[in-house]
Design a protein around this ligand. Sequence first.
Ligand SMILES: Cc1cc2nc3c(=O)[nH]c(=O)nc-3n(C[C@H](O)[C@H](O)[C@H](O)COP(=O)(O)O)c2cc1C
Length: 188
Amino acid sequence: MLRQKKIILGVCGSIAAYKAAHLTRLLIKAEAEVQVILTTSASAFITPLTLSTLSKRPVLTSFIKSDATGEWHNHVALGLWADALVIAPASANTLAKMANGYCDNLLSAVYLSARCPVFLVPAMDLDMYVHPAVTANLEKLKSYGNTLLAAGYGELASGLVGQGRMAEPEEIIDVLQQHFRATSIRVV
Ligand SMILES: Cc1cc2nc3c(=O)[nH]c(=O)nc-3n(C[C@H](O)[C@H](O)[C@H](O)COP(=O)(O)O)c2cc1C
């Protein structure tokens, strides 16, 4: 179902960014085309080298490709290219930006430009996840038609136990497969 599907994987600054490597691997195994976009903060958690190797294409981290030549990454073209935009892990910060139309990095610009379905996979500590500001942003994002994969319950990086764990890569793959299966069915 994911064969030749064009997936943009946005990765934010969260300890759960390590799961993006496994998710990329599963997407490539399913023969999807994967374009990874890292926020600046995400690059401190997982390297572009790891994700470019796994995705088999350069990872994008900013608008500007080369200061010397003025080349840049076209967020509009990326938004139109994608069959699905998956943001995993989605940080509280990026969710807040997306909910309110902020556009200060490549990932948020691609989000605003994208015409494809968007899948949000939050990861954060339990108190952050239930904070009214975060809850309100998630509700707002759902009201825009985005799909939310709720965080799971369990032990968190902080050592606390509660809801906030990023959904497992296998679950994300299942959701994408279900989505593309549903959209491939044509009523005649
Ligand atoms: C060790 C560490 C772990 C973090 N984990 C998370 C997290 O799981 N979820 C989250 O929303 N923010 C987390 N943060 C805070 C974000 O990295 C911070 O808000 C950052 O500005 C997010 O930037 P981005 O949204 O551009 O990726 C963490 C910060 C640190 C230092």
